[in-house]
Design a protein around this ligand. Structure first.
Ligand code: B12
Ligand code: SF4
Length: 488
C-alpha cells in the first residue's frame, strides 16, 4: 500500500528575496503531525525556499497517495494553480487536495476549478488524516465531514466537520523544516522563532476572514503544552525571540498567565510578542502585565483598525477610539511596547474618517514616544459580509478562483484605493510620522549606511516641525526623497 503524502506551501506575495517574514508553514506542519503518527511518510516542499519546486514535487509524486497544497487568498493561488496543472499533466490520477483559508472561505468556487480534486474545509488535522486513509484504501469520501470533492459528473459537499479542541492534536513536527531559514530579525529580537498557540477567534469583525473561516470559535493550547513546545523548539535553534502569530492570543487571561508562569518555571529566556484586541489588552490585570513582563514579553500587536467610532461600528469591531487610547496608556504604564494596526479604505470612508485615523496614530505615538503603527488597505475578504457591500460600491467581483490572485491588503484592490490615495497615506505615515517620531527599527536601519544617516537628520528636523505644527501640506521633501531614493 502507498504510504507517502506530498505537501506543498506556495510562494506568498512577498518575493523570495524580500521575504524577511518567512515563517514556517504551520498549516502543513499541523496536518503532517497526525499523518506521521499513523506511520505515513510526509514530504514537505516550500515554494518560497525551493526554486525548482516543480521538479521536486513531481519527483516525489510518482508513488504518493495525494498532493496537499495550502492556500491563502492572493498570490499563493498563482503557484498553487501552476503546480496543480503540472501535476495533473504528469500524474492525472494523483488527487490534488487544496486546504487552508482560501478554499475554506470559497469551497464551491475552488472545487469548481478543474485542477482541484478535493477541498478540505476548516481545521485540517483530522479531516486530512481521514481523507488520506480513505484514498490509500480506496474507501468512499462521502462519510468524511469537511470535504468537498468531485465524483464523475458532479461535485459533492459533505457536512461541516466539528470544531476540535487544538489540545487533541499532536505537536507540529518541526523536524520537517529547517528552522534556521525561519528566524527573521523583527526588531524586538534578532532571531525570532514563530509559533502559534490557538486557532480561530471568538469575535466577528466584518472585514476579517476569521468569522467566516472558523465561525466565531476559538481553541487554545494549554499553558504546559505551549511552554513544552517552545522549550523543544528553542533547543533546536539559536533564537532570542518568539512571535506568536495567533489571531487573538489574549482571549483567555487565565491561559495567558499560565503560559507566563510555565515560561518562568522552566527558566526559558527569550523576548516575545503576540497579537490581540485593544479592549482585551486594556483590561488585563496588573498581575498579568507583571507576569508578561517577567517572562520576557516585549511587544503587543493590536488591531486598532480605525480612529473613527462610526467606522468601528460599521465593521462590527466592538471597540472604540477611546479603548485604543486606554490600551496604549495601560501598556505604557507597565513599561511595555505596542504596535497598532490600522486599515485605510473601508467602503464609504469619508475624509473625516481618514483624519481621525491620522489623529489617533498621532495620539498613540505621543503616548508611546515613537511611531509604531502599521497599516493595510481594505480588501474585501472572500466570503465576508462586507464583500457584497463593497461590490455594490464598485469593488471588483471575483467569479473565478484565479481572479483572487491579485488580492493584497498591502496595496489594496478596490477602485477607491488608487495610486494617489496610497501615496497620500504613505507620505503621512511611513514618511512624516516615521521621521518625526522614529522608532528603534528605523533608527537601526538608518545607522547602517552613511548616506542614509546624512539624509536622516534634515528629514527628521523638517518632519518633527510638521508634526508639532500639524502642518501637512506641500510635501516637497517627500518628492525630493522619492527622487533621491533610486540613488542610494
Ligand atoms: C503567518 C501568516 C501569514 C504569512 C504566510 C504564512 C506563513 N506561514 O508564512 C504571510 C505574512 C506571508 C501572510 C500573508 C498574507 N496573509 Co496571513 N496570516 C498568517 C497567520 C498570522 C498565521 C497562519 C498560520 O500559519 N496559522 C496556523 C495554521 C495551523 O492554521 P491554518 O493556516 O488555518 O491551517 C489550518 C487549516 O486552514 C487547514 N489547512 C491549511 N492548509 C492546508 C492544506 C491542506 C492540504 C489541508 C488538507 C488543510 C490545510 O489545516 C490547518 C490545521 O488546522 C494568519 C492568522 C492565523 N493566526 O491563522 C494570517 C491570515 C491567514 N492571513 C490573512 C491575510 C489577509 C493575509 C494576506 C492576504 C495579507 C496581505 N498582505 O495581503 C497575505 C496573503 C499571502 C498570499 N496569498 O500571498 C488572513 C486571511 C487570509 C485569507 N483570506 O486567506 C489571516 C487569517 C489573518 C486574519 N485574521 O485576517 N500571512
Ligand atoms: S479582526 Fe481580530 S478580533 Fe476581529 S475577528 Fe479578526 S482576528 Fe478576531
Amino acid at each position: 500500500m502507498k504510504k507517502k503524502v506530498v505537501l506543498f506551501f506556495p510562494e506568498t506575495h512577498l518575493s523570495r528575496a524580500e521575504d524577511g517574514w518567512c515563517l514556517p508553514p504551520f498549516s502543513l506542519l499541523a496536518i503532517a503531525g497526525p499523518l506521521l503518527q499513523e506511520g505515513y511518510e510526509v514530504v514537505l516542499v516550500d515554494g518560497r525556499l525551493v526554486p525548482d519546486f516543480l521538479e521536486r514535487v513531481q519527483g516525489e509524486s510518482a508513488n504518493a497517495i495525494c498532493l496537499g497544497i495550502s492556500v491563502l487568498t492572493g498570490n499563493q493561488i498563482r503557484q498553487a494553480l501552476e503546480l496543480s496543472a503540472a501535476i495533473k499533466e504528469r500524474f492525472p490520477d494523483l488527487p490534488v487536495v487544496w486546504g487552508g483559508y482560501h478554499p475554506t472561505l470559497l469551497p464551491d468556487q475552488t472545487i469548481a476549478n478543474p485542477l482541484v480534486d478535493v477541498v478540505v474545509r476548516g481545521q485540517g488535522e483530522l479531516t486530512f488524516k481521514r481523507l488520506v486513509q480513505a484514498l490509500a484504501s480506496g474507501a468512499s469520501l462521502r462519510g468524511i465531514p469537511g470535504l468537498s470533492f468531485k465524483e464523475p459528473g458532479r461535485i459533492v459537499c459533505n457536512d461541516e466537520a466539528p470544531f476540535t479542541d487544538v489540545n487533541e492534536f499532536p505537536p507540529m513536527p518541526f523536524s520537517l523544516v529547517d528552522l534556521s531559514r525561519h528566524l527573521p530579525d523583527l526588531g524586538f529580537a534578532r532571531r525570532t522563532l514563530s509559533y502559534v498557540t490557538s486557532q480561530g477567534c471568538p469575535h466577528h469583525c466584518e472585514f476579517c476572514a476569521e468569522s467566516t473561516a472558523y465561525k466565531v470559535r476559538w481553541s487554545g493550547l494549554a499553558p504546559a503544552r505551549v511552554a513544552q513546545d517552545l522549550e523543544a523548539l528553542l533547543g533546536r535553534c539559536e533564537a532570542d525571540g518568539v512571535i506568536l502569530v495567533d489571531n487573538n492570543f489574549f482571549v483567555n487571561e487565565e491561559r495567558v498567565q499560565g503560559i507566563c508562569r510555565e515560561i518562568l518555571r522552566r527558566g526559558l529566556s527569550f523576548k516575545w510578542a503576540a497579537q490581540g484586541r485593544a479592549d482585551r489588552v486594556a483590561s488585563l490585570s496588573d498581575e498579568t502585565f507583571a507576569l508578561l513582563k517577567q517572562s520576557g514579553f516585549t511587544v503587543f500587536h493590536v488591531g486598532a483598525e480605525s480612529g473613527s467610532d462610526a467606522q468601528l461600528e460599521q465593521v462590527s469591531k466592538r471597540s472604540s477610539r477611546q479603548t485604543t487610547i486606554d490600551c496604549a496608556r495601560a501598556v505604557k504604564a507597565h513599561g511595555l511596547h505596542i504596535s497598532f494596526g490600522f486599515i485605510f479604505g473601508f467602503p464609504g470612508e469619508t475624509e473625516a474618517d481618514i483624519q481621525q485615523n491620522f489623529s489617533l496614530m498621532e495620539e498613540v505615538t505621543d503616548i508611546q514616544g515613537s511611531y509604531d503603527c502599521i497599516y493595510h488597505f481594505y480588501a474585501p475578504s472572500p466570503g465576508s459580509p462586507m464583500l457584497e457591500a463593497s461590490v455594490q460600491r464598485g469593488a471588483e467581483d471575483h467569479p473565478l478562483l484565479e481572479d483572487w490572485i491579485g488580492y493584497n491588503t498591502s496595496r489594496g484592490i478596490t477602485s477607491w484605493v488608487d495610486a494617489a490615495y496610497i501615496d497620500r497615506i504613505r507620505w503621512r505615515t511611513d514618511f512624516v510620522y516615521a521621521y518625526a517620531r522614529p522608532n528603534f527599527m528605523l533608527r537601526q536601519r538608518l545607522a547602517g549606511s552613511p548616506a542614509r544617516r546624512l539624509l536622516y537628520y534634515p528629514l527628521h528636523v523638517i518632519n518633527r516641525l510638521r508634526y508639532r505644527l500639524k502642518f501637512y501640506a506641500f510635501p516637497l521633501d517627500w518628492w525630493i526623497y522619492r527622487t533621491l531614493r533610486g540613488v542610494w
